[in-house]
Write a protein of this length. Structure first.
Length: 408
């Protein structure tokens, strides 16, 4: 009798909930393979850029199907290098959307160029081609378009590349969310002039910090290669290697210190070998959420077009009073009380003090971005989540919304 009571007590969902540690919003999926690879590199005595970076680059090129892959120490560094290689400088304009992380836009300022923002599609939160065309139409100095594949759903690259062609601009993609991801059957990383991926701790492939630039353009690749490591000219280095001593090198530019470590690359190689398995797990979680939430008074993230890959870096729902019976901020507080971490992607750049003041932007300047922001909640979605973790999130969302909203 006593034993049964104890058992019943353990089964009680409320007490279970109280005992579980909070579920983090994001968590890298690092296994024994990554651990072994890291230890192996530590034992070789070669920690900085070396054979592991080269191996990571060839494996990445093969996976994406691109010509050049270049390791860097962040996506931000990759975007900066790509813009620099395209010759962006003072007097130039670069278009992106305010619905992104500040890294996308700040690299434009590093080079003394200016950012021109344009609005997004409210559902996908990706750059709106119509809005893009308007900005292109109204300015002569646009040098580069920087699309951001929000959450891992591709922008309409066909339209963007056509517009870039028509207005004679380059396209550099912020693919921080987009590994792996495709647009119209083509892998992101093979379409634009250059593409920058992120291997930051929360991203779909993680090396702690890190990034990769892909391009099919030999000249861009050569410039990026030179500038990512202090402007050392490798070609000169290689050319004279026969006749000059091994300590000889030539500096041809004031370059940057953006190289990846072999320690990061070794972890990256193992992560890349698991990328399909990890993506498939995130897709299952996304599908499971969308089924479970289909009758709830919230907006669900749009699925990818048939045949295209969604990286599902983020699963963003829309919660707002008119639909849900409660506001986004209260919803997040309630999830936290139920032990579920969540986040908001993104606070639009045009309401951030720096960008607002630099370009005198009103909150109303980008109405779609604002309305997407006001309702955005990113739920946990990562390949190391267990089925029980996923059920906990669903339970917390349903509990929070129970009795609220227009559809319930
Ligand atoms: C994470 C992120 C970045 C920056 O990536 P880092 O590797 O940390 O430099 C850039 N853009 C977007 C949209 C991101 O989410």
């Amino acid at each position: 009798m006593e034993r049964m009571l104890v058992k019943d007590h353990l089964r009680c969902p409320v007490s279970n909930e109280l005992k579980l540690p909070p579920l983090p919003f994001a968590r890298p999926d690092i296994g024994i393979g990554e651990e072994r690879a890291a230890v192996e590199v530590l034992r070789t005595g070669w920690l900085t850029t070396g054979p592991k970076c080269r191996e990571f680059e060839s494996a990445f090129s093969e996976y994406i199907g691109c010509t050049h892959s270049l390791t860097v120490n962040s996506c931000t560094a990759g975007l900066h290098l790509a813009l620099e290689a395209c010759g962006v400088g003072p007097g130039d304009l670069v278009i992106t959307t305010p619905y992104t992380f500040t890294a996308t836009a700040e690299v434009v300022r590093y080079l003394g160029a200016e950012v021109s923002f344009c609005d997004v599609n409210e559902q996908t939160r990706n750059i709106d081609p119509q809005s893009l065309q308007q900005v292109l139409e109204n300015s002569r100095d646009i040098k580069v378009i920087m699309p951001v594949h929000f959450a891992g759903l591709a922008c309409d690259m066909k339209q963007i590349m056509e517009l870039a062609n028509q207005y004679d601009c380059k396209v550099i993609e912020d693919a921080a969310h987009a590994l792996p991801c495709s647009s119209d059957g083509r892998m992101i990383g093979t379409i634009a002039d250059a593409t920058a991926f992120s291997f930051y701790a929360t991203k779909t492939l993680s090396t702690g910090e890190g990034g990769m630039v892909t391009t099919a353009d030999d000249e861009l690749a050569a410039r990026i290669k030179k500038m990512r490591l202090h402007g050392i000219d490798r070609d000169v280095f290689d050319r004279y290697r026969g006749s000059k001593p091994s300590w000889y090198y030539e500096i041809v530019q004031a370059g940057f210190k953006y190289n990846m470590t072999d320690l990061a690359a070794a972890i990256g190689i193992v992560q890349l070998s698991r990328i399909e398995e990890m993506r498939s797990r995130r897709e299952d979680i996304a599908n499971h959420y969308s089924d479970a939430f289909s009758r709830l008074p919230i907006e669900l993230p749009p699925p990818p077009p048939v045949g295209d890959l969604h990286a599902w870096h983020l699963y963003v729902i829309g919660v707002y009073p008119e639909l849900s019976g409660m506001g986004r901020d209260d919803f997040i507080v309630s999830l936290a009380e139920l032990g579920i971490g969540s986040s908001v992607h993104f606070i639009p750049l045009h309401i951030q003090p720096y960008w607002r003041d630099r370009y005198s932007l009103e909150p109303t300047a980008f109405p779609k971005a604002m309305s997407a922001y006001r309702k955005a909640v990113s739920l946990p979605i990562y390949s190391s989540m267990t089925d029980a973790d996923v059920e906990r999130v669903i339970h917390a969302v349903k509990t929070t919304l129970s009795g609220k909203g227009s559809k319930s």
